[in-house]
Design a protein around this ligand. Structure first.
Ligand SMILES: Nc1ncnc2c1ncn2[C@@H]1O[C@H](COP(=O)(O)OP(=O)(O)OP(=O)(O)O)[C@@H](O)[C@H]1O
Ligand SMILES: [Mg+2]
Length: 349
């Protein structure tokens, strides 16, 4: 077994190629990562990056062309048909398209898979009602999918995916078909289910906003490769890969260009300041400007709410005597603010 006891999935150099010869597509190549018990892991990347292929490999709907995947220490390639069925019982999956049975009621949509899995009739009924209650649909048991909103349909799909008590919930663009309000409500529901049942969640999305709302860690896929993996706050504070920076560009002003800074007629040295947790809420900057003989020109600012803590990024031009600016920056660092000189973002602080 590779990975730690808290590792649910261990992926090692996973590759998946579709087709052969010149037309072959490498959907995944060399992907190695551990998925930890109880976490919500976001998997993000542009269209075609390999996100769906990756989640489909986790339940072996797709077989990797190379590398290995272990689930709780068992190599998936060692499983026969019965073993794979048993594996899939330990997982639930939801999609963008809901995939509900149109001719069955809400209750039946949840009950049917339970019956197929061999739960006794009494338990089928009890579990269906219980989990439809968990997702807030106790008053819609007899409705048909056509009578539900998109958000309600996704709630049915979630109840169906978790009613058999899986250890893992795989979500592939589960909120992409929903408006912002329903997206938020569904994400809150997934987070609540993760907390309440300790289910490990793998959440595929192409939107960073989805990642920041509910994920503990994020894996960035780019062209089938794992571009970046880390705690959401770390990746937001210091995105290393161009693909990550691209995804974050609409959220944080980090990508403000040198030419824009030029055109703003900025005097002084430009720094980016990232505030995490407590520091994001403290008027650290105002206090620093009062205490030192420097002036600050804020070029861009944004504070966002991550799952576990607030996070802020400011782009600032400081002017004043060089030594005084240096002291002000040192003071900011003492207050827990990460300071980087503009254009030298990878400089360690
Ligand atoms: N069954 C298949 N046969 C051939 N090529 C495939 C197949 N499934 C996926 N691909 C190709 O593999 C690559 C990755 O596809 P995948 O569906 O995993 O991307 P994705 O990140 O989920 O994209 P999207 O955001 O559009 O859903 C794409 O180039 C796709 O065309
Ligand atoms: Mg996809």
């Amino acid at each position: 077994m590779v990975g730690s006891a808290e590792t649910v999935f261990a992926l090692r150099s996973v590759g998946k190629t579709f087709g052969q010869g010149p037309g072959a597509v490498a959907a995944l190549s060399g992907v190695s990562l551990d998925i930890r018990r109880g976490e919500i892991l976001g998997v993000i990347g542009q269209s075609g990056a390999g996100k769906s292929t990756l989640v489909r490999c986790l339940n072996y709907l797709e077989r990797p062309s190379s590398g290995s995947i272990e689930f709780e220490g068992t190599p998936l390639e060692s499983l026969d048909a019965a073993g794979l069925r048993a594996l899939r019982r330990r997982m639930g999956m939801i999609f963008q398209g809901f995939n509900l049975l149109k001719t069955a009621t809400v209750l039946e949509n949840v009950a049917l898979p339970l019956r197929l899995l061999g739960f006794p009739p009494g338990e089928v009924e009890a579990r269906s009602r219980e989990y439809l209650g968990v997702v807030g649909l106790s008053d819609k048991l007899d409705a048909y999918p056509s009578q539900l909103s998109g958000g309600q349909k996704q709630r049915v799909a979630i109840a169906r995916a978790i009613a058999h008590g899986p250890e893992v919930l795989l979500c592939d663009e589960a909120t992409s078909a929903l408006d912002p309000e329903n997206t938020e409500a569904i994400l809150r529901l997934i987070a609540a289910i993760n907390e309440r049942y300790g289910i490990t969640v793998v959440l595929v999305t192409h939107e960073m906003r989805v990642v920041q709302a509910v994920c503990d860690r994020v894996a960035v896929l780019d062209g089938g490769e794992l571009a970046e993996l880390g705690a959401v706050v770390d990746v937001y504070a210091d995105p290393r890969h161009p693909a990550t920076r691209r995804l974050l560009a609409g959220i944080l002003p980090r990508e403000m260009t040198a030419s824009l800074i030029d055109r703003l007629g900025v005097h002084g040295s430009v720094y980016s300041l990232t505030f995490r947790g407590q520091a994001a809420g403290r008027p650290a900057l105002a206090e620093t400007i009062k205490s030192f003989a420097v002036s600050a020109n804020i070029l861009a600012a944004n504070i966002i709410e991550l799952k576990r803590e607030p996070f802020g990024l400011l782009v600032i031009a400081f002017s004043g005597a060089k030594a005084e600016v240096g002291r002000a920056l040192a003071h900011l660092r003492e207050l827990g603010v990460a300071v980087r000189e503009w254009g030298n973002e990878h400089e360690r602080d």
